[in-house]
Structure formats: C-alpha cells, structure tokens
Design a protein around this ligand. Structure first.
Ligand SMILES: [Zn+2]
Length: 293
C-alpha cells in the first residue's frame, strides 16, 4: 500500500513538473533573479529573498496555478509584490488571483486607469473587462519610484508613449539587470499598441533609456523571448531606427502605405525577425500609420 501511494505521489509529482515544465522554462538570470519564459503570455521575472517573492508581470489569467507553482518552485515564500510593466492581458492577467492572496500590485498611473475600465485591443480583437478592485494596482506613480527589496534597489522608470501609455522599465541596480517589458521583443518584430498611447518614437526613446543605464555585462529581460545583452539591445535599437527612418523618408516622398509596403523597408531584418506574431507588412503598417497620425 505504501509503495502504491509512493508510486501515485511520484506519478502525480512528475506529471505536475511536466505540466509546468512543458511550456514554462525557469531560467536563473543572476543572484536571486529568475525569469519564467513561455510561448504563451509574457515573461515573468521573479525576485526571491528574505522579504518575499516579487514578480514583474503575472501572465495570462487562465495560467494562474502554473505561474504560482513555477514561482513557488524557486522559493516557497508568498508572492508579496507585483509590478505590471503595462496593462496588457498577457502581463496583468493574474492580478486578481494574486491580489486575493494579498500581493501588493504596483504600476504606472495609466495602468490602473486602463485596468479599471473596459479596453479593446483591435489588433488582437481582444476585450479586457474592468478588473475587480482586488486586482488593481494599489501603488501607482507618474514618473519613477524605487522599491528597496530583497537586498536590491529596484528603480521603476516610466517610458512615455512607448509600447503603450503606461510602460515601466525596471532596473535592479545591485544585480545589474534590466527588465524592459514589451518595449523589447527578442527574436521578432514588436507589437506597438498605438491605439492605447504607444508610438514608434517613444519606443525608441524608451530603448535609449535602457541603453543609457546598461553596461557591457548588464542582463536584459524582454517582455517576450529569451534574455538579451547590451549588444543585442543596440542591434534592436538599430533595427527600429533604420526601419523608421526608411518609412519616414518614403512618407516625405509622398508614398502611400501600399507603396511603402512594396518598397520592403524591413527587408534586411526579415529573415531574423519576420517569423513572429507581427509580420513585416504589419510592422510597416503600424509605423506608417503612427507616423502619419
Ligand atoms: Zn504588451
């Protein structure tokens, strides 16, 4: 009987590990920092230590147990703090779940505003209903704030009108790690939510904020995709600026969107970055429409 129970336990445990390991990869970034990476939903940065677990972003709503289990596998402590890097459902989807467990949620002023009201993201045909009070950020700020936590001084820096109107970049000053949220998509073209205050110029300015504080050995965690270094961040900035400059020149020459697309201003980057959610033509359309708004 004992053996049978042990077998059952082993079987269910291995199933459990399999279920969370199947699409969530837990990567040790540095010191007490980890990142949960999955093809479904945004990256979740996990800071563990004596003060309790701190998450940056909390993923999709239907994956609460998986995220909680992955975080608790790193450290059993309760999740005490959460930063939402922006309002999108794949980064704030478990605010209510963790809020009910007394996590304190921090975000930019505009994130609380957006999560309090109905949002519709046309590109994803996705409706976000107003969040229950328990899921709303209780601490908000307009520009910057610092969290002194788990033996680090973590600077939250608002980057205006970038991926959305409420983006925050987090800088772990002691560990020398930057969390860029959805200002950074590693391996494919980024989505820019121009319908909710994002802009290509603001996105580039936000990347510059990160480049200014990054050193050669700084580790950079994007909103989607694997971790990056400063050289990769520079290459990403170069890509954004090059494509934008080409599109701007074509707009100034009086070209229509169709003509600009046919000129293929993204061509030199398509092989590396064109296979993601945002196709080259979509990326060009977003930038064109944003620059001619
Ligand atoms: Zn996003």
């Amino acid at each position: 009987m004992k053996l049978f129970i042990a077998f059952l336990l082993y079987f269910s445990l291995s199933l459990f590990v399999y279920a969370s390991a199947a699409d969530i990869k837990t990567i040790h970034v540095k010191d007490n920092l980890y990142v949960l990476i999955s093809p479904h939903g945004g990256n979740v940065t996990v800071s563990v230590g004596e003060d309790g677990t701190f998450l940056i972003d909390d993923q999709l709503a239907d994956r609460s147990e998986i995220i909680q289990a992955a975080a608790k596998e790193i450290n059993k402590q309760d999740i005490k703090f959460i930063l939402n890097t922006h309002y999108h459902f794949d980064h704030s989807g478990n605010n209510e779940f963790f809020g009910e467990k007394n996590a304190i949620i921090v975000a930019h002023d505009n994130v609380r505003q957006r999560l309090s009201t109905r949002q519709f993201i046309t590109y994803f045909k996705r409706e976000m209903l107003p969040m229950a009070k328990v899921g709303l950020p209780t601490v908000t700020f307009a520009d910057n704030m610092t969290l002194h936590y788990n033996n680090d001084d973590i600077r939250f820096i608002h980057t205006p009108a970038a991926h959305t109107d409420g983006d925050v970049v987090a800088h772990f000053t002691q560990s020398n790690v930057i969390v860029g949220g959805d200002l950074l998509f590693n391996g494919f073209y980024p989505f820019i939510d121009t319908e909710h205050g994002g802009s290509i110029k603001g996105l580039i300015a936000g990347v510059d904020v990160m480049l200014n504080i990054a050193q050669a050995d700084t580790i950079i965690i994007p909103g989607h995709g694997g971790i990056m270094n400063k050289i990769e961040l520079q290459a990403y900035r170069y890509m954004l600026a090059t494509i934008t400059a080409k599109i701007e020149a074509l707009i100034n020459a009086g070209k229509t969107l169709e003509q600009v697309i046919s000129e293929q201003p993204t061509a030199e980057f398509d092989e590396k970055l064109g296979g993601g959610l945002i196709s080259p033509d979509t990326f060009v359309s977003v930038i064109y429409n944003n620059l001619t708004m």
